[in-house]
Ligand binder design. Structure first.
Ligand SMILES: Cc1cc2nc3c(=O)[nH]c(=O)nc-3n(C[C@H](O)[C@H](O)[C@H](O)COP(=O)(O)O)c2cc1C
Length: 162
């Protein structure tokens, strides 16, 4: 059983790709979550944007992890950026279970070329027991993606080796 859990939501596959690669590099357990809301097409895009802006959350579809969240040394949480915020699916996860992990780290994926997303990390930290250990925002498929992904993996590994 791994000491690291990578848990994520992905609407269109980019966060999924990043989290699959990060989980493989960290030998981590990987779990995808969803709230079961239809977020496809332009109506789904609009709904997602409105949910993020209003901070609306919906019940999550059932999911399982191999251990209780507090038993992992670190939980890596992956989300797309929606309207300058974390996705409402990950907000729903954090609202319900954010206090359980001992340590958290964040991967957020984005479309804009703005790399600094401290505001999103700070929003997510409002639900967690401790501020995040490390975080990175990735623009999947663009120049620099692999560099920043690998930097994140190195930061988590350094923590695990302590
Ligand atoms: C409703 C909505 C709002 C978004 N808002 C932003 C944004 O504010 N900034 C940004 O860089 N990208 C934004 N995006 C783009 C996504 O964050 C980006 O494409 C992300 O990598 C998609 O991840 P996914 O494929 O895992 O869903 C938005 C996408 C959606 C659907």
């Amino acid at each position: 059983m791994s000491d690291v859990l990578c848990i994520y939501y992905s609407r269109s596959g980019k966060t999924k790709k990043a989290m699959e690669e990060v989980a493989a590099a960290l030998n981590a357990e990987l779990v995808e979550i969803t709230d079961g809301v239809d977020r496809s097409g332009w109506k789904g895009w609009l709904r997602s944007g409105m949910d993020a802006m209003r901070r609306t959350t919906h019940p999550l579809a059932p999911y399982t992890t191999e251990k209780p969240l507090e038993d992992y040394r670190i939980v890596v949480i992956g989300t797309p950026v929606w309207a300058g915020r974390c996705s409402s699916v990950i907000r729903g996860f954090l609202k319900r279970r954010g206090l359980e992990p001992k340590r958290v780290a964040y991967i957020i994926t984005r479309e804009s070329d703005e790399r600094r997303y401290e505001e999103v990390y700070d929003q997510m930290d409002q639900y967690t027991a401790k501020p995040h250990l490390c975080a990175n925002s990735l623009r999947v498929g663009y120049v620099g993606y692999e560099f920043w992904r690998d930097k994140f993996v190195a930061d988590v590994k350094a923590f695990l080796e302590q």
